[in-house]
Design a protein around this ligand. Sequence first.
Ligand code: HEC
Ligand code: HEC
Ligand code: HEC
Ligand code: HEC
Ligand code: HEC
Length: 361
Amino acid sequence: MRTTRVFLAAALALAVPTLAAALDAPHDRSYLPGNCQECHTLHNALGASLTSQVTISDACQSCHSTHTSARLGFPWSSTDQAVAGVSGVHHRWDAAVINATVGATTPNDPEMVKRVIAGKLECSVCHNQHAANKAFAPATSMNTSFAVGTPYPKTNAGTGTATLTLQAADPLTALPKGYRVQVVSATNVAVSHDAGLSWFKPTSNTGAAWVADTAVPVGGPFSTAVDLALDDPALKIRLTAGAVAGDYWNFYVSFPMLRSPNLTGSMCLTCHQDRAQGHAYVEVNDTGAKVFSHPVGEMLNTNARNYDLAAPLDADGGVQGTNGDANTTNDLVLGPGGVVGCTSCHAPHNADSNSLTVDPR
Ligand code: HEC
Ligand code: HEC
Ligand code: HEC
Ligand code: HEC
Ligand code: HEC
C-alpha cells in the first residue's frame, strides 16, 4: 500500500505539467481554482489515487453536493440515488458493482474496472474527471453553462450594463473549453481560457482569426451588432453596448467527462452485460430460464414486422421534437444511425421517471 502511494505521489508530481494542460473545463482553472488539490492530497490522503475523501464519490460530492445550479439540478444529494422501483433520480454511485437483481457485473472496459474500488461503483468508474472526451458522448449531451440565445449579465461586479449572448455552439465541432470574454475598451475584446493568465484577441470584428495577446490584454475589434466567432469557431457570441472596460463573462462548454464510449448507451452494457439483446434473441421461443429485456443496438423495425413507428413519440405519447412539446427531456433519443440504446429510455442523472416534468439536464 505504502509503495503504491509513494509511486502515485511521484506520478502526480510528475504529471502536473502534462495533466495541467489536459484538465478540461469545467474542472480546470477556467471555472474552478483549478488546483489538483481540489481533489488530491499528496500526503496522508484518505482515498485511493491520493484523493482527499475516503471514497472517490465523496471527493466528487465534496463539491457536487454543495454547488448550486438549476441547469444541472445541483446540489445533488447522496439520498437521491436510485433504489429500483422505490425512489431516487440518479444512478447509484456507491453500491456494490456486482448485483444479481439488476444483472450488473464488473465492467468489461479496462479503464472502468481500474476505478472499481473495494468492489464498489464510484463516479470515476463512469466519469473521467480530468478529461471531457467528446468522442465518448453523443452531441446531444454537450453542456454550455450559458444557454444558447439567452443574454447574460457580466460575471464580475460593477456598473457595466452590457449582456453577452452565446449566439451559436455547434455540438458536432465545439471543443470542451472554459472562456473568459473580457471587454478591454469600447471597441476591443479579449478571451482567456485560464481565468486571465494568458489571453487571445480577434483580428477582425467577426472573429475571422485569433492571435495571442499580451499578459495585460489590449484585445481586438468587436461590434455590438455583429456575431463574433470565438477562437473555437464553433462558438459565436454577441455583446450589447454598455460595458465598462474590465467587464468579463465566464462560461464553459463541455461534454459529460465519460470514461467509456456511450453514444448509444454502450457504457451501460459494460456492466449490464446480460441486457445486450437484439430482437432475434428476445423473440426466440424459449421456455427456459432466460431473462429477456427490451432489445438494444438495433434500429426501429429491424425485425420487419412493421409495428414500429418511423420515429419514436415522446415518453408522454406526444409528438417528439420541434413539432411537439417544448420539453426535450422526455424525448426518446435514438443513437447515431437511429439505434435504440439504454439511454434512449434512461438517463443516469436527474431522471424523475415522470415524462410530464422538465428535468434538469
Ligand atoms: C475534479 C477532481 C480532480 C482534479 C481537479 C484532479 N484530479 Fe486527478 N484524480 C481524481 C480522481 C477521483 C482520481 C482517481 C480516479 C482516476 O483514476 O481517475 C484521480 C487520479 C489521478 C492520477 C492517477 C490515476 C490515473 O492514472 O489517471 C493522477 C496521476 C492524477 N489524478 C493527477 C492529477 C493532476 C496532476 C491534477 C491537476 C492538474 C489532477 N489530477 C486534478 C480527481 C481529480
Ligand atoms: C472542486 C469542486 C469540484 C469537484 C471536487 C468535482 N467537481 Fe465536477 N464540477 C464542478 C463544477 C463547478 C462543475 C460545473 C457545474 C455547473 O456548470 O454548474 C462541475 C461539472 C462536472 C461535470 C459536468 C461536465 C459538463 O458536461 O458540463 C461532470 C461530469 C463532473 N463535474 C464530474 C465530477 C466527478 C466525477 C468528480 C469526482 C471525481 C467531480 N466532478 C468533482 C466542481 C467540482
Ligand atoms: C453508472 C454510471 C455513472 C455514474 C456512477 C455516475 N455518472 Fe454522471 N453521468 C453518466 C452518464 C452516462 C452521463 C451522460 C449523460 C448524457 O449523455 O447526457 C453523466 C452525466 C453527468 C453530469 C452532467 C449532467 C448531465 O446530465 O449531462 C454530471 C455533472 C455528472 N454526471 C456527475 C456525476 C457525479 C458527480 C457522480 C458521482 C456522485 C456521477 N456522475 C456518477 C454516468 C454516470
Ligand atoms: C459500472 C457498472 C455500471 C454501469 C456502467 C451502469 N450500471 Fe446501472 N447499475 C449498476 C449496478 C451495480 C446497479 C445496482 C445498484 C444498486 O445496488 O441498487 C445498477 C442499477 C441500475 C438501474 C436500477 C436503478 C438504480 O439505479 O439502482 C438502472 C435503471 C440502471 N442501472 C441503468 C443503467 C444505465 C441506463 C446505464 C448507462 C447510462 C448504467 N446503468 C450503467 C451498474 C452499472
Ligand atoms: C424502450 C425503453 C427502454 C430501453 C431501451 C431500456 N430500458 Fe431499462 N427500463 C425501461 C423501463 C420503462 C423500466 C421500468 C419498468 C421495468 O422495470 O421494466 C426499466 C427498468 C430498468 C431497470 C430496473 C428494473 C429491472 O427490471 O431490472 C434496469 C436495471 C434497466 N432498466 C436497465 C436498462 C439497461 C442497462 C438498458 C440498456 C441495455 C435498458 N434498461 C434499456 C425502459 C427501457
